[in-house]
Design a protein around this ligand. Sequence first.
Ligand SMILES: *Cc1c(COP(=O)(O)O)cnc(C)c1O
Length: 375
Amino acid sequence: MDNSIKTASQNGLAFNPNVAALPPYNAGMNIAVARSISGRHDIARLASNENPDGCSPAVLAALASPALEPWRYADPACADLRAALGQKLSVEPDTIVAGNGSEELIAAVSRAMLVPRAGVVTVVPSFGLHEIEPLAQGAVVTKVAMTDDLGFDIAALEQAIASGPRIVFLSSPWNPVGPALDRESLDRLIAAVRSGTLFVLDQAYFEFADESCPDGLKVLRESGIAFVVLRTFSKAYGLAGLRVGYAVCSDVELARVVAAAKTPFNVNAAAQVAAIAALADEAWMQGSVARLRGERARVGTVLKELGFQVARSQTNFLFFDCGGDSSLVASALLQEGIIVKAWREKGYENYLRVTIGAPADNDRLIGALAWIARQ
Ligand SMILES: *Cc1c(COP(=O)(O)O)cnc(C)c1O
């Protein structure tokens, strides 16, 4: 008998071709790798849009509470969390689906809606999963490019949306670019939606936006179209490692099918109690958002003074053209112990996305970029 390990193909396995062909998700670099490359211990993690302030102390207390029983399966319906969210958002809890991060809900919505060759519209540069999850279902993804002044191309989006895709995936505020759809633009896009299209508005950064960014949930609820609004505890609430986000659906029928597309015990017990505790301490979140917005303005001004074209940002990151291959700039920053994200989508390889971190880390970033800009 031949005991040697054979590859999957040698063993005759056939993969789902849509999944086998997926592009990799461009995740931020691991801290241990960054330490070994830079030889520095104090790594500035400015690639993953995490909250440098941490999270509410009420979350840490809830995680240490004896009420958390890790040996039990958590509530698969996330009833307490959905009730708290329903109250906060004034929506029917049965229209809400909680997910293992909102990323899981991007996958669930894709599974719920898409069949091979179905059309999907998104933007480029894009949040990777808005393309990857539809591709996994065999969908055909059309990506509308940003404008020269680093904004949404509303006319081109209207046209793409009017062609009748099954799903439109847009983030507003927009990852990786930064701006949000204003009320007029959002209204125009909603007006372009035809029967049969699901409009997914991913508002992972909603808490960081100002009043010029409408509450997508309010606007979409008044519109009458089929929608999903995605929100997350990962960014402003600082719970990225626990994995919890949610989808608010336009109606209960849609929510039921999206929920059917997720795994049953998708949100673990720790994540459920943490999210409830985080929601009950909005003041912590708002304090953190205020600090980060101040830092965003400060860093943005300096980057512009250094000569970079920086996109407007309603998020906790900045996106800018570094005038050459951004992976070279990212490597130079890594030598200084700073992790950032070099954008790799075709046509956007000169762009860098940097998370707004703690003031000292932002200062390190500014210092290193100023040095690079002089070379
Ligand atoms: C960070 C991010 C998410 C994912 O958040 P999780 O809830 O951590 O899965 C979703 N959408 C966009 C646009 C994001 O930037």
